[in-house]
Design a protein around this ligand. Structure first.
Ligand code: 6R9
Length: 690
């Protein structure tokens, strides 16, 4: 059987036990637990893979840990550097007890990531290779750019930005849907050393304004409207509202460059503010198609990306240039076993980190052909993804468990009526993939022949941290398997002590890796407090994790007050503060609850102002409050009326109890004796169906 490739199994990572019940797998017997379920890459796949055996992985991983400077500088040398980095490949301190946290890679090295994504590939003869296939929302609508064309498009926009005064180090906010112009905008900023901050185009005006106020961009790039599935979303109107809000806060943005998206709306229907608003198509084509690169230090900032934390204010995760470049390119290459003939599609939006590292930078640094899709995966029907795969002969398909789960609910015929024979490697990201979704993805979508790279990583880590290398290891459905090169995961207990072998606990990382974020924009103290103080000496991920007897890592979800809804990180505090800003809401507490498609749903307990009656209308207006303040993707799935919230005597809300009530696990409410008023628990239970 092609899945059972036993000779690669002679070695396992140190500390791991031997694979038990291997014989049962070989005999095809069903096994009791996921942990024992091994799915081997085929002999043919491993034979052609960049890393083809556990031994090879282990040798490379060992070198990356024993000699990180040597390992990473060998790889970094394959990029273009105007000037090589200084004597030290990296320097770091991740231990708060030893002084301020700092991470630097390739300091003194002078480069440009846009140059490495585009010019370098064109010079290497890839000019005529397709860089982007763009697939519009409506089937049949599309466009493409070769590497040479993309370089020209990027240069024109870069020249425009320079012309209007954007300089190295200036922030530029990008609020665009998945048009080709989104990666173009990112690359144009990088070319001139400007720091882009992409805001996912599903965020509301309030959220956009909050980000604008924090990073004070000179220019915002957007479009008039977009169609997603059957819906038209007027992005320009949201930007207008956000710019009004931010100017009230003293931050005025000089230029709003607006791409006219004719498939969604018309220019005439777009509200306009002369002097500030500029149509993209009216100006860009007048600019030269070549643009001098702004050479930057490896440690100069590349981008800011805001992400949710456990307090209300989003965090501006800052990534710098050199280490991020080397890390995203390398992780892309190995985790997807990238070959120059591949056609690659990542369904993530560039508004999230996955779109930064694995739609734009990682693949383009490798000269890959990338598919960018504007629309919704189930429009016009549930077969759209598989249709796109056949259309472009996609060989690497990278998506999120939530999409797998939502498509899996429909008839298999949506999948099987398309051939999908171009597929070679599948990928998953955003949340743990449950074994049944894994199996459907593997057996049906991938015809049991495509390994799945279940990549665990975060906005903060820049690139993959724990991921299968598809030709090297047998997989276990639901496990992200082993650490990438240069990564040392550590599982710690409550007290911060490292636990070895088979265990579960909090996932931390020891030592730095090139793609790590360097700070939180304007708040290095919060950076240290959130990530490096909880477990001294380590980077703390915020995730729970276990390691099985064979050394495989299993991510178990967030352990902080962050909810993961369809792979989107949402802070409970953000939702709570949106709800609490409703005039009739006295207090709110939000918890995550299991959701069949989204992974986690948002469950909100709301205490109303004295005397206000419960009503459906009020429920709707509370949900609307969250949609307006954060975005539709953060709308609570359920509002549970709460005459009071379970609090300790010191006034701390006991979320543990709320989670139990939300998930209807009422029999195990645990110890509630520390509650100031234990009777609220029964009151809440009584209101569960109101
Ligand atoms: C890349 C991205 C990060 C959080 C992370 C974790 C969850 C991401 C995962 C996964 C299990 C995976 N997560 N990938 N959990 N298995 N393969 O999603 O970044 O938006 O910052 O979210 O997502 O909980 O801490 P980000």
């Amino acid at each position: 059987n092609h899945l059972r490739h036993l000779d690669s199994m002679s070695l396992l990572p140190s500390g791991a036990g031997k694979i038990s019940q291997l014989n049962a797998v070989v005999l095809g017997e069903s096994l009791a637990s996921e942990e024992n379920d091994l799915i081997f890459p085929s002999k043919e796949f491993s034979a052609q893979a960049l890393v083809s055996s556990p031994q090879q992985y282990m040798e490379m991983h060992k070198r990356s840990i024993d000699d990180p400077a040597g390992f990473w500088s060998d790889i970094a040398s394959q990029f273009y550097w105007k000037q090589k980095w200084g004597d030290q490949v990296f320097s770091d301190n991740l231990d708060v007890r030893k002084g301020p946290i700092h991470i630097e890679w390739f300091k003194g090295g002078i480069t440009n990531i846009c140059y490495n994504c585009l010019d370098k590939n064109v010079e290497a003869g890839l000019g005529d290779k397709t860089a982007i296939y763009w697939e519009g929302n409506e089937p049949g609508v599309g466009a493409s750019s070769t590497y040479s064309e993309l370089l020209q498009q990027v240069c024109q926009l870069a020249n425009y930005l320079k012309d209007v005064g954007v300089k190295k180090g200036d922030a530029v906010v990008i609020y665009l849907p998945m048009l080709m112009e989104l990666p173009i905008a990112m690359l144009a900023c990088a070319r001139i050393g400007a720091v882009h901050s992409v805001v996912f185009a599903g965020f509301s005006a309030d959220s956009l304004a909050q980000r604008i106020i924090d990073c004070k961009p000179k220019v915002i790039l957007t479009c008039n409207a977009v169609k997603r599935g059957p819906k038209t979303i007027n992005l320009k109107a949201i930007v207008d509202a956000a710019l009004d809000l931010s100017s009230k806060d003293g931050v005025s943005v000089g230029i709003c460059l607006t791409y006219d998206n004719p498939s969604a709306t018309t220019r005439e229907k777009t509200k306009w503010k002369n002097g500030r608003d500029v149509w993209w198509q009216d100006v860009i084509s007048k600019y030269p198609t070549s643009c001098e690169v702004e050479w930057v230090d490896a440690e100069d900032p590349l981008f800011l990306l805001y992400t949710s934390g456990s307090t209300g204010k989003p965090k501006g995760v800052l990534h710098t240039t050199g280490g991020y470049m080397v890390y995203t390119a390398t992780t892309f290459k190995y985790a997807f076993d990238y070959k120059s003939t591949d056609v690659y599609w990542c369904t993530a939006d560039c508004g999230w980190i996955t779109g930064h590292s694995y739609v734009t930078y990682g693949p383009m640094l490798n000269g890959a052909t990338v598919v960018v899709f504007e629309g919704a995966p189930n429009y016009p029907d549930s077969g759209r993804c598989w249709e796109i795969i056949d259309k472009y002969k996609i060989s690497i398909f990278y998506t999120a468990p939530t999409l797998v789960r939502s498509l899996m609910r429909d008839d298999d015929k949506y999948v099987t009526r398309h051939s999908r024979k171009s597929l070679r490697v599948l990928g998953s990201v955003g949340e743990p993939i449950n074994p049944s979704a894994w199996r459907w993805f593997f057996n049906l979508v991938g015809d049991s022949k495509c390994p799945i790279s279940d990549t665990w990583w975060q906005t903060e880590t820049g690139g993959f941290m724990i991921t299968p290398l598809p030709g090297a290891w047998p997989q276990k459905p639901g496990s992200a398997t082993f650490p990438f090169f240069g990564v040392q995961p550590v599982i710690v207990d409550e007290k911060g002590n490292e636990i070895k072998g088979e265990c579960s606990g909090y996932l931390c990382v020891k030592g730095s890796w090139p793609g790590a974020f360097r700070t939180l924009f304007g708040d290095h103290e919060r950076y240290e407090t959130t990530y490096f103080k909880p477990f001294e000496g380590y980077y703390f991920s915020g995730d729970g994790c276990s390691r099985d007897k064979d050394g495989y890592y299993w991510l178990t979800g967030r352990v902080d007050d962050v909810i993961n809804v369809s792979g989107h990180r949402i802070g409970t505090a953000e939702v709570e503060s949106a709800l609490a800003s409703h005039p009739q809401c006295a207090e709110a507490a939000v918890v995550g609850v299991e959701h069949e498609v989204k992974g986690q749903g948002i469950y909100a307990f709301v205490t109303l102002v004295e005397g206000v009656p419960y009503s459906e209308e009020l429920r709707k207006s509370l949900v609307l409050m969250v949609r307006n303040q954060i975005g539709a993707f953060a709308a609570p799935d359920r509002i549970h009326w709460a005459p009071g919230l379970p609090k300790t005597r010191s006034g701390k809300i006991m979320r543990r109890i709320l989670r139990k009530i939300a998930s209807k696990q009422l029999e195990e409410r645990g110890d509630i004796s520390t509650l100031a008023d234990p009777s609220v628990v029964d009151q809440l239970i009584a209101l569960a169906d109101v």
